[in-house]
Write a protein that binds this ligand. Structure first.
Ligand SMILES: [Cu+2]
Length: 385
């Protein structure tokens, strides 16, 4: 049982397997504070897709009423925002972004396209924006910057879709995101015999799927990357290129694998939403499960995982869970926990709400405190549906 404040307890855990949780389960009525929402009682044996829907209803009930913002358009019966986010997928924007040239600095010599700028920024900041107090807010800002670039620079008219992990636990190759159809982000990789993956700081082994090579179908068939790989988890992926100035053109590889999905994307794990892995305990956590052990290959590289555009759909659902947690636990919604280095290595100070989330060459940088309220201020203005 995780306490509702477990996600701020991250600084108390000094071991490598630091916990970050965004619990969505209910607080007993007798111990609930006035500011906390009434949460539905969800049976952990319930189907996780239905459980997520119940939580969504509770979130919509709990959203504080607001005045419509000037210039906004209606996206919800009772609430207004500038944009809305939908499930499903639409790859048109990603393709547009790929055709624009990089605006990055000279030292990002490997970055050829505007899309590569996002990969390069993520690579550059990997050791401060993962396993740290910046993790949730930085990735929120990063996905939002990407969505904004699609709209402002590519004429994309849609919103950033999310990948609903919980709907795909049985067969990832049948997911609307990965089934290789015209509206997907492409299918699995070509079959390449390999010996599974070793991830979670090399603590956890997972068996191979039926892919491993270049994307073999759909809109991203044979799509390429030019940055990395830095830290490949899959057997056979490489060679490692540890320099952002080294252009390394190659196809994006995937090894779709439902093995971890069914074990980790359950209602019980949704309810306590433990995010970061505790790898020595063989515990993957919600974040790693999607990247490393479901899409695998390029998406499993902690540094250059945005090379695979599925990164943004994975992180959009992740951000949705953060958003739900904030609305259901308003007393914690503006707190930040953790230091400013990955697993506090090297040891560093605690993150504060004033810390700037560096968006480098991809967009404007904001302090963490600007990322807490998705309907406040000018920077986000969105809700999840
Ligand atoms: Cu990341």
């Amino acid at each position: 049982m995780y306490f509702s404040w477990a996600f701020v307890a991250v600084t108390a855990l000094a071991t490598f397997g630091r916990v970050l949780a965004l619990p969505l389960e209910g607080t007993p009525v007798e111990s609930r504070q006035d500011s906390e929402a009434a949460l539905p009682k969800i049976d952990p044996s319930m189907n996780p897709v239905d459980a997520l829907q119940e939580l969504q209803s509770a979130v919509e009930e709990a959203m504080p009423p607001r005045e419509p913002q000037q210039g906004s358009q209606e996206v919800h019966a009772r609430y207004r925002a500038c944009a809305k986010r939908l499930g499903g997928s639409d790859q048109a924007g990603e393709k547009g972004l790929c055709s624009l040239p990089s605006k990055g600095p000279e030292e990002w010599g490997a970055a050829q396209t505007r899309y590569d700028d996002f990969v390069a920024l993520h690579v550059n900041l990997t050791l401060s924006v993962h396993g740290s107090g910046l993790f949730l807010a930085w990735h929120r800002a990063f996905v939002w910057s990407y969505e904004t670039a699609l709209r402002d620079e590519c004429g994309y008219k849609g919103t950033q879709p999310y990948w609903n992990w919980f709907a795909d636990t049985e067969d990832l190759t049948k997911s609307p995101v990965f089934d290789g159809s015209d509206t997907s982000l492409g299918g699995d990789g070509e079959l390449v015999q390999h010996n599974g993956s070793l991830g979670g700081a090399r603590h956890i082994y997972l068996p191979s799927g039926a892919g491993g090579g270049c994307i073999k179908s759909g809109p991203f068939k044979d799509a390429s990357a030019s940055i990395g790989p830095f830290n490949p988890a899959m057997d056979g992926l490489g060679p490692v290129v540890l320099d952002l100035s080294v252009y390394n053109p190659r196809c994006i590889q995937r090894d779709l694998n439902s093995y971890a999905m069914g074990r980790w994307y359950t209602t019980a794990k949704l309810l306590n939403s433990e995010v970061q892995g505790r790898y020595p305990d063989q515990f993957l956590g919600l974040h790693t499960t999607g990247h490393h052990y479901s899409i695998n290959s390029d998406n499993a590289d902690l540094y250059s995982s945005p090379n695979d555009p599925a990164f943004f759909l994975h992180h959009a659902l992740f951000d949705r869970l953060y958003w739900m947690h904030q609305i259901l636990h308003p007393a914690e919604a503006r707190e930040v926990a953790g230091t400013v280095t990955l697993q506090d290595r090297p040891p560093s100070r605690n993150a504060t709400v004033e810390d700037i989330l560096d968006m480098g060459a991809v967009s404007e940088s904001h302090p963490i405190k600007d990322m807490f309220d998705t309907l406040g201020g000018d920077s986000l203005c969105s809700i999840y549906l």
